[in-house]
Design a protein around this ligand. Structure first.
Ligand code: FAD
Ligand code: AMP
Length: 479
């Protein structure tokens, strides 16, 4: 086969592998370069998401949730589960099995769609030439009409707490503990910090989360964030806001952490410390000086609204470009770029990208928060409905949290959809679909929802926007 392609994708995470499959489906001769290898040195497709991100974290969240339910919540429901315990090695094996199955599956999808995988580190040279260095250091150059960069992101390491792989770890290390730490510190109360903190808290660790900012989850609707914070605290997560970590030192197998809060300098001791302060775009040794691709001031590859870089025929998608660092956002961009290369003109609707925190309760949202509407001076109406008044949530022993819908006061169009509670990650899809279709709150209010379902809370919140909720006293809030 010749070494010239219509499309070369660098990176096989959810941005890159999806772009490659779509490009091949559109009749373009496509290759995808990937450098990831596992501990045995075997090539792995799937990127951060499948190997050390979304999938293994959700596997451990699901497993630990089941354990917590069985050990704490069964009794009040009349279920007698004696001697509930766990086997951490088996839990990890199950997680690894799921990862193996999914990463291997991408190889199968490449084969069936005609994508050529190329294993090694890709570097973009001038004129869409890509140099690949394989595991043995051998180099080969490929040529393409179009290059899609999808090299993703890596955890941010901060000088006060360098990762040592044993006591001070990043998210990847936190998915591989071989025993439950007695005292676990987490730096950063973002999505990843809260999810990983929850896994180990459910398995019995005493978890303290130190967060520099005073506001809990500042990007989340604050009514929802406050509700979530109360529930996390009730579960025993010690979340310390306004606490900036300043140092971490490992001494006699303990991590001594120093931080500053409103009262001054503080100290804490942990058996393990997870540093989850965010991720940086990954462009190490990716671009030759004459590649023509520019980075922005924060190190992301600079792209326009359609993911085009400054170099003709070179595109970039996913975590390595601006916007939320989410797998589905990366995939949406990958599909858009492949279709644009094939001559179509789709666009990503960045206003309709859902966000989820897979804690218990889950927190999920799409669109604007109430604080954003206020800051923008927009007129709006709000409908909320608590799961405490939802029969199905009660039956499931999960009657906490709420659905909140924000609609434009003039047009009634839904502009924000927020959920904290059971199955929030699934329920939010209803908000995404409604917003994609430009629905009004009344459209949802006039829709028939099955009874008894958690989704009836969506119906009631939509009814509540106009003050017409049935199963709760209406407190219509006009702004
Ligand atoms: P990546 O998945 O990072 O893939 C990039 C790939 O490019 C990697 O395989 C890398 O090896 C390869 N690569 C890099 N440079 C080169 C090079 N020069 N040559 C060859 N190959 C290269 N997102 C969600 O939407 N939902 C979640 O539940 C979720 N949970 C997460 C949990 C954790 C613990 C973490 C860390 C992340 C989570 N994320 C989640 C974020 C999600 O993983 C990322 O947004 C997503 O993986 C981004 O996809 P990507 O294709 O841009 O990059
Ligand atoms: P996210 O951006 O969702 O990954 O979350 C990372 C979180 O880490 C943010 O809420 C930051 O405010 C927080 N953070 C960053 N640096 C520190 C620090 N030194 N100490 C405590 N929290 C931090």
């Amino acid at each position: 086969m010749s070494d010239k392609y219509d499309v070369i994708v660098i990176g096989a995470g959810p941005g890159g592998y999806v772009a490659a499959i779509k490009a091949a489906q559109l009749g373009l001769k496509t290759a995808c370069i990937e450098s990831w290898t596992d501990k045995e040195g075997k090539n792995r497709l799937g990127g951060t998401c499948l190997n050390v991100g979304c999938i293994p974290s959700k596997a451990l969240l699901e497993i630990s949730h089941k354990y917590e339910e069985a050990s704490h919540d069964f009794a009040e429901q009349g279920i007698i589960a004696k001697e509930v315990g766990f086997d951490i090695a088996k839990m990890m094996k199950r997680k690894e099995g799921i990862v193996d199955q999914l990463t291997g599956g991408i190889g199968g999808l490449f084969k069936s769609n005609g994508v050529t995988p190329i294993y090694g580190h890709g570097k973009l040279l001038a004129n869409r030439n890509v140099e690949v260095t394989d595991k043995d250091g051998k180099k080969k150059t490929y040529e393409a009409e179009n290059v899609i960069i999808a090299t993703g992101s890596r955890p941010i390491q901060i000088p006060p707490a360098p990762f040592d792989g044993t006591h001070i770890v990043d998210s990847e290390g936190a998915l591989e503990f071989t025993e439950v730490p007695k005292r676990l510190g987490v730096i950063g109360a973002g999505v990843i910090g809260l999810e990983l903190g929850s896994v180990w808290a459910r398995l019995g660790a005493e978890v303290t989360v130190l967060e520099a900012v005073d506001t809990f989850l500042p990007v989340v609707d604050q009514q929802v964030a406050k509700d979530a914070l109360k529930q996390f605290q009730k579960q025993g997560l010690n979340i310390v806001l306004g606490a900036r970590m300043t140092g971490a030192e490992v001494k006699r197998k303990l991590v001594n952490v120093t931080y500053e809060d409103s009262k001054g300098k503080q100290e804490a001791k942990f058996d393990k410390l997870i540093v989850a302060v965010g991720r940086r775009p990954y462009t190490d040794n990716l671009l030759s000086e004459d590649s023509g691709v520019k980075l922005d001031e924060r190190g992301f590859i600079f792209v326009d609204d359609n993911c085009k870089t400054e170099a003709p025929g070179v595109w970039a998608v996913g975590d390595v470009v601006r916007g939320p660092m989410l797998a589905h956002k990366a995939s949406e961009e990958g599909v858009m770029v492949a279709e644009r290369i094939a001559g179509h003109k789709p666009q990503v609707n960045y206003d309709c990208i859902p966000n989820v925190i897979y804690t218990s309760p889950e927190v999920a949202w799409v669109g604007k928060t109430e604080q954003e509407m206020k800051a923008e001076g927009e007129e709006y109406n709000v409908g909320t409905f608590p799961f405490a008044a939802n029969g199905r949530a009660m039956a499931a022993n999960a009657a906490s949290g709420m659905v909140k819908i924000i609609a434009d006061a003039k047009t009634d169009r839904i502009v924000g959809f927020h959920v904290v509670g059971p199955q929030a990650s699934e329920i939010v899809a209803q908000g995404v679909i409604a917003m994609e279709f430009g629905s009004s709150a009344e459209d949802l209010a006039l829709t028939c929802f099955a009874h008894p379902t958690l989704s009836e809370s969506v119906h009631e919140a939509a009814l509540g926007v106009a003050g017409g909720a049935i199963h709760i006293a209406n407190r219509r809030k006009k702004k």
